[in-house]
Design a protein around this ligand. Sequence first.
Ligand code: NDP
Ligand code: GDR
Length: 350
Amino acid sequence: MKKALITGITGQDGSYLAELLLDKGYEVHGIVRRSSSFNTDRIDHLYKDRHESGVKMFLHYGDLTDSSNLNRLIEKIHPSEIYNLGAQSHVQVSFEVPEYTAEVDATGTLRLLDAIRETGVESRFYQASTSELYGKVQEVPQTETTPFYPRSPYAVAKQYAFWIVKNYRESYGLHASNGILFNHESPRRGETFVTRKITMAVARISRGLQSCLYMGNINALRDWGYAPDYVQMMWMMLQQDTPDDYVVATNEMHTVREFIEKSFGHVGIEIVWEGEGVDEVGKNKATGDIVVRMDERYYRPCEVDQLLGNPVKAKKQLGWEPTVKFEELVKIMTDGDLKILDGAPYSKGF
Ligand code: NDP
Ligand code: GDR
């Protein structure tokens, strides 16, 4: 039986990947951080008590800042595949906690790679690299050969991780690959990322539970895909004989403004915009109520204005293609937040 170790199993991607691997018959091990409140909401539906029979998912306390813990876990579990999804993953937060972000996202990756090397465990390695590496874009669309220009402490830390993965592959022959994933979302997306922040607010505004949504730069352009599609590609990358790096994207780019309009449109509210810059507001066309305002707190010291990925290599070499694109994604997420307001818990596929 194949054994996988996932760092970041409690996050959006970790939870979908755990589902996928369990469906494929893997024994899944995940690293969770000790927290004073439960942080396992996204994987509770997959969890069985160890005393029951047929348990296939095991959780271990750990942290990417703790090398001895990582060494011990790899030695004990002997995973055939390791997916390094754990990270301080919020770009804006990385400007507030740059040193911690580097500790986890950059040095944490090195710690894991070194644990594989030190223990001699034969394990394939997936690294959660990111379109944020392109930052101030040097070429449109971005491919595996587009030069990097990171624009945040998060992106700079992820650049170190990208190169140390490549370096360990070339130096020690590790089967280690970088997935350069563009933004991918779902109803399980963290609540402070822009898409989820919008769909939660739209759901609440449509039910009369909230009056206004406060936003930063709504003119930013992103290539947004669907998280379950993207974790499929993580797995596919580790099934190849030869490790390699791949762009994973939809090849469609939309503004945050369009996301807001589509999500409100889905609940029957048409938005009209008035004003400019931080004074711009979005009004409900039917009632005249202001439902979107700008707030300077959400603007970043350094912005990534646009990202558009070309996943042609993933398609050609691995036959990967996204199944969900922008319009469908906005519907899935807005409907998801309406269901969550009705008390639906996370479940398989949702
Ligand atoms: P999330 O923020 O949803 O999840 C991050 C995970 O990392 C959580 O499980 C979190 O644990 C864990 N984590 C945070 N700090 C540590 C630490 N010090 N030690 C161990 N684990 C830690 O991220 P996503 O699921 O969205 O993304 C997964 C990975 O992919 C991340 O590395 C992210 O940077 C990267 N990425 C994401 C993209 C996206 O669009 N979603 C695009 C490209 C890359 P806890 O639950 O306890 O906080
Ligand atoms: P990003 O995602 O920074 O691309 O990183 P996020 O959803 O945070 O921002 C996308 C764009 O929206 C603009 N924006 C706002 N963002 C947030 N969070 N909140 C707001 O109120 C707001 N208003 C406008 C941002 O300025 C930005 O331009 C995500 C993370 O998942 C990373 O871990 C991952 O590597 C990249 O995607 C690819």
